[in-house]
Design a protein around this ligand. Structure first.
Ligand SMILES: CC(C)(COP(=O)(O)OP(=O)(O)OC[C@H]1O[C@@H](n2cnc3c(N)ncnc32)[C@H](O)[C@@H]1OP(=O)(O)O)[C@@H](O)C(=O)NCCC(=O)NCCS
Length: 259
């Protein structure tokens, strides 16, 4: 199947959001299985079953109550999943044009096949470092998987990062996104941190996100004026991002520390 990668256009808005929603929803059954397999979940279910059996002395009643417990757990997880989707749709994906296409240090690309958007990826400077680019929203439609589209999108981000003078690319993925982890490792990304998800259920079920980093090899030396201009663009983008954040390190202090 032939595809082409191009810059995001306003007409792609609904398709990009739909692909994002399908990508997250697709992981829901896997998340359920992951949570069910955790020792903490097994222990809670086992203990509840024994307690119910002792109290009721009825196997049928105990089993029925276990089914209700599992159904409640499923609904809770479903609710959390929907909240994650809603939150993300209200962040950078709410106004993709403003989030990614207004500043030269940010960008969003789509993969297109037969006139339809079949893959997406975004790049935005990290809130924590003006020399780090964050890769976000990598998604490929189910029917177009395994064709190298994600790889091509990641390489597009890498090329952009290199051209814009970033030193690293970072991204986050969750413990259950094994295809994505394989992809990043294959492309030379290194796992640098495992971060617990800040939700009580995620904490007890050991649901974590993994931070991957790719170090960009230095390109040819630029003329001082060119370098200054490029650094200024990245700096402005990071400052703009930080102006929307609270309680994080001031970017000027950060840059002073770095240089
Ligand atoms: C992860 C995802 C983007 C991969 O898209 P894709 O276009 O199918 O990936 P590619 O064809 O470019 O594959 C590149 C590499 O990824 C890995 N990979 C892709 N699909 C895989 C699978 N089903 N199982 C294991 N590894 C897989 C492989 O290392 C592959 O290299 P190879 O083909 O040489 O073995 C896609 O599965 C997806 O959109 N998933 C849902 C959303 C998601 O998890 N996004 C990541 C957000 S962090």
């Amino acid at each position: 199947m032939r595809y082409q990668i191009r810059l995001y256009q306003e007409g792609d808005y609904d398709a990009v959001r739909d692909i994002y929603v399908s990508g997250v929803q697709e992981h829901f059954p896997r998340a359920c299985r992951y949570v069910l397999k955790q020792p903490c979940t097994v222990a809670v279910l086992g203990l509840s079953f024994c307690l119910l059996l002792i109290v009721s002395s009825s196997l049928l009643l105990s089993l029925s109550l276990m089914v209700i417990l599992l159904a409640l757990g499923y609904l809770l997880l479903r609710h959390i999943w929907s909240q994650i989707i809603e939150q993300n749709l209200m962040q950078d994906l709410l106004d993709i044009g403003s989030s990614y296409m207004k500043h030269p240090a940010c960008c969003f690309w789509v993969a297109v096949s037969n006139g339809s958007v079949v893959g997406t990826v975004g790049a935005i400077p990290s809130k924590f470092s003006p020399i780090t680019l964050e890769l976000k929203r990598l998604n490929v439609c189910l029917e177009y998987r395994g064709l190298g589209i994600a790889k091509a999108l990641c390489l597009t981000v890498r090329e952009f990062a290199h051209r814009s003078g970033f030193a690293d690319i970072v991204l986050r993925t969750s413990v259950i996104q094994t295809e994505a982890q394989n992809l990043y490792q294959k492309l030379g990304y290194i796992l640098v941190d495992t971060i617990p998800v800040p939700h009580p259920l995620a904490k007890v079920t050991n649901y974590t996100t993994s931070k991957y980093q790719y170090h960009i090899p230095r390109g040819p030396e630029l003329q001082p004026q060119e370098k200054q201009q490029r650094d200024h663009i990245r700096l402005c983008a990071t400052q703009e991002l930080l102006s929307h954040c609270h309680g994080e390190e001031d970017i000027t202090t950060f840059i002073q520390k770095k240089t």
